[in-house]
Design a protein around this ligand. Structure first.
Ligand code: SF4
Ligand code: SF4
Length: 408
């Protein structure tokens, strides 16, 4: 990958089936280890100390090959050219074998389209044999009955299938392929028929922001185990479509409140992916309801927090680069040159991200900081500083309201 248009966005929307597994949750390539305006020492002390942080989710871009040409992703000819640099089977198995030492994370096999990788089932089986929960994030269009069977046999425990709208017209227009909606639904049913857990993923942007309820109903009718809504991150190609596609912050707030209501219905697991302030809303709403946030009242959402980039999550690109997530283009190392364990423990970028008290702007003074953290990738896209405030949150922290005399 020579520039960011080729490499980002890595598509977390098709890469987040992991967090709702029965066990517990993506510019130019810049080698910028420190935030732009960080008052940083030459070397972060925590990086030297190699402080432990259990890894909960590892997203691996198994290949950049794809069979669709979505409007926010790289071109197919570019992807085919880059695929020659995909990690080999041996390289993949080498970093996967390290994962059990880092905290028993869920391995999410993403892409591109992972089913185009010839050894995908071999690698999945290898990972499952290491005792790792394995999930597959796919566009669903390549799943015939044989593929569905092989998914099950390889030990993959959860498949996420991406829908970019609640109807064929919306989805197919975004995916760049007529018929892809129906193919995805067929793939969904085939995986489900094999007894493998399936979830629906959807990237929320302007073109589908009024379809949340219809998507929810569709997920229920399909018998999905979960519905995960991902909020578009303006990175790489996403930057170019941001102006027309990005959901306004106020609408964002409305959708997250709607999601909270759906979560309380308890009919299906619903989750906002990469919308960290959902966790602020969850705590605000629970407080209004006089309900304590516990696993019993709010499920897995009570056990996790907003942005996990670099604290519980990391991303390995198709050619081995390690990033805090697939949407934060700050390289932390490369599994072709270093062990993943060394990168995870000693990367300076990860060390910065593990200190929420260093966040700047309103996230730095926010009373919800520890459960939210704001999206570090959106902050980086907006300012070049991954510790800056989240630009798509309308909340004004109590300290700021008090300082301006707007709160007692
Ligand atoms: S920085 Fe955090 S919230 Fe933002 S895309 Fe990455 S993991 Fe998601
Ligand atoms: S101000 Fe920052 S930390 Fe507070 S809720 Fe908004 S995004 Fe989260």
């Amino acid at each position: 990958m020579s520039d960011g248009k080729e490499s980002f966005p890595y598509r977390l929307t098709e890469a987040d089936p992991g967090e709702s597994l029965p066990v517990e949750e993506p510019a130019a390539l810049v080698s910028v280890p420190e935030p732009a305006s960080a008052p940083a020492p030459a070397r972060h002390p925590q990086a030297e100390a190699g402080i432990e942080n259990p890894l909960r989710l590892l997203f691996w871009e198994t290949t950049c090959l794809c069979n669709l040409e979505c409007i926010h992703c790289r071109r197919l000819d570019t992807a085919a050219e880059l695929a020659g640099q995909d990690l080999t089977t041996e390289e993949a198995q080498s970093f996967i074998a390290e994962l059990p030492q880092l905290g028993s994370p869920i391995l999410v096999l993403s892409g591109g389209e992972p089913l185009l990788r010839p050894d995908i089932f071999e690698v999945a089986r290898f990972a499952a044999q290491q005792g790792l929960p394995v999930a597959l994030a796919t566009n669903g269009t390549l799943i015939d009955q044989d593929v569905a069977r092989r998914i099950r046999e390889s030990g993959i425990r959860r498949v996420s299938i991406s829908l970019d709208g609640a109807d064929a017209a919306t989805h197919d227009a975004f995916r760049g392929m007529p018929g892809s909606f129906e193919q995805a639904l067929t793939g969904f049913r085939r995986v489900k028929a094999e007894g493998v857990s399936v979830q629906v993923n959807c990237t929320i942007a302007r073109h589908n922001m009024r379809q949340s309820e219809a998507l929810y109903q569709l997920a229920l009718s399909l018998g999905a185990d979960a519905l995960h809504l991902f909020m578009l991150v303006p990175v790489g190609c996403g930057v170019e479509i941001a102006a027309e596609q990005q959901v306004p912050a106020e609408k964002y707030e409305e959708i997250l409140n709607w999601l909270y209501d759906k979560s309380r219905e308890g009919r299906i697991q619903v989750k906002a992916t990469c919308a960290p302030h959902y966790f602020r809303i969850l705590h605000q709403r629970a407080k209004e309801e006089g309900v304590e946030v516990t696993r019993e009242t709010h499920g897995m959402a009570a056990m996790t927090k907003g942005c996990l980039a670099g604290t519980g999550v990391c991303f390995v690109s198709h050619k081995g680069e390690v990033f805090p997530c697939g949407y934060l283009p700050v390289e932390c190392g490369n599994v072709r040159r270093q062990s993943l364990k060394t990168i995870w423990r000693n990367s300076e970028v990860f060390a910065w991200l593990r200190q929420p008290e260093l966040l700047r702007g309103k996230c730095g003074v926010c009373e919800y900081q520890k459960v939210c953290l704001g999206c570090r990738a959106r902050a980086y896209a907006a300012t070049g500083d991954y510790l800056a405030e989240e630009p798509y949150c309308i909340y004004v922290p109590l300290k700021m309201r008090r300082a301006s005399g707007c709160a007692p």
